[in-house]
Ligand binder design. Structure first.
Ligand code: PLP
Length: 231
């Protein structure tokens, strides 16, 4: 199943790249493996996946220990400050930095462990109350503040678009994130390297690619529906 799904996703990525005049290498696919067992990640790994996305610290740590060391782990979920210390030397990129206080904690732990941590600033472009992320208005000043911290490097922006039936409805949010990204580039802020736009999930990654995504985060489209236990 994973093999067919990956092939299907790959075809869609290629068509979206063709439609928008982008090259396939400019779009990186993150296999979002939250709630899925290690065996399924192993299968995706054997099919060539090296970028995996998780949204819970404990789950990421468990899987990190059980899978090959050349995997790039992406923290894509809301991160609590008291848990930063567990993942700071394990993750390749933290996509979900939405406050100066969280960035300060990441910086502190990175200094302690003598590592440089790459992060994305999460922007709630649609202004949904239920979602984390800084507002579009505050994004630039937040980037400016985080850029002053040691051992942390801002690589770009991330957004989680609303859940919609028709992915076209999210096009304006992806375009808006891209616009904020361009505005930040024009500010030439020291220590900010705007290279990545993390946007697009199973329902809307093709539109996100057309609007400039460099990372797409696909879970259901690769691993199938998630089953959540009632807690
Ligand atoms: C779960 C999740 C995804 C993947 O969602 P799918 O719709 O299953 O592709 C992407 N990004 C974030 C931040 C997530 O939490």
């Amino acid at each position: 199943m994973i093999r067919d799904n990956l092939q299907h996703v790959e075809e869609n990525i290629k068509s979206a790249c063709d439609r928008s005049g982008r090259s396939r290498e400019d779009v990186k696919l993150i296999a979002v493996s939250k709630t899925k067992p290690v065996e399924m990640l192993r299968e995706a790994y054997d099919l060539g996946c090296r970028d995996f996305g998780e949204n819970k610290v404990q789950e990421l740590m468990d899987k990190y220990d059980k899978l090959p060391g050349d995997i790039r782990w992406h923290m894509i979920g809301h991160l609590q400050r008291n848990k930063v210390k567990y993942i700071v030397d394990k993750v390749f990129l933290i996509h979900s930095v939405d406050s100066l206080r969280l960035a300060e904690e990441i910086s502190r732990e990175a200094v302690k462990k003598s590592v440089i941590i790459s992060i994305l600033v999460e922007v709630n472009v649609a202004g949904e109350e239920t979602k984390f992320g800084t507002t579009a208005q505050e994004a630039i000043s937040l980037v400016e503040e985080i850029a002053k911290l040691p051992n942390i490097v801002i690589k770009g922006l991330m957004t989680i678009a609303p859940y919609v039936e028709n992915s076209e409805e999210n096009r304006l949010y992806f375009a808006k994130l891209k616009q904020i990204y361009v505005d930040i580039i024009h500010k030439n802020i020291d220590n900010v390297f705007m290279e990545e736009l993390s946007m697009g999930m199973t329902g809307d990654y093709e539109v996100a690619i057309e609007e400039g995504a460099t990372y797409i985060r696909v879970g259901t489209g690769i691993f199938g529906e998630r089953q959540y236990q009632n807690v």
